[in-house]
Design a binder for this molecule. Sequence first.
Ligand SMILES: O=C[C@H](O)[C@H](O)[C@H](O)COP(=O)(O)O
Length: 219
Amino acid sequence: MTQDELKALVGQAALDYVVPGSIVGVGTGSTVNCFIDALAGMKDRIAGAVSSSEKSSERLRAHGIRVLDSNTVERLPVYIDGADEIDHRGNMVKGGGAALTREKIVADLAERFICIADESKLVDTLGKFPLPVEVIPMAATQIARRFKKHGGDAVLRAGVVTDNGCHILDVRGLSITDPAGMEAEVSQWPGVVTVGIFARHKASVCLLGTAQGVKTLTF
Ligand SMILES: O=C[C@H](O)[C@H](O)[C@H](O)COP(=O)(O)O
């Protein structure tokens, strides 16, 4: 199976986790696009969606799915999103599509994070995928210097401005052996909007697309 077929497979499988009548938390990215397309088939059985990016909102609306402002929602039963990497404990690296801040906000509203990913995303240790960090533009160099002390090489993602008007640093060379510790530390650095480590908001379930079909990992 191709990577795109695996993404379509897990996008479809995620429908089993959608609670009928509820508002669905929807992430961002190519895997989530497959989920959104599948969700369109049951749009009359949900109360709408809270989305983590302008791109996903557009796609949801194009399917006739109502997109709600996150400020009007108190709790979501599930948040369904992809990942750039996921480890065997459900910790993730996210932000390859620059949507990490809104993703963390919507994930925080949800009871459960359902991660959908093809098997190439499963790793023993996070950090091979360059860690995305959303930053306030004036702090970018300062934050890059701090990463250097941790052995990380931070590069500004060229030409990218996030939905929040900020910039993205991609940090190479990290071995994230303590995801929760690193998330907590980097989150406190002045100028960091969001670090792309999702340990505090890790996955409860990962639907992993494999050549043998969908493998369900629970954490
Ligand atoms: O900012 C983007 C998100 O964190 C995505 O969920 C992540 O990059 C995975 O995207 P894809 O499904 O396209 O690999």
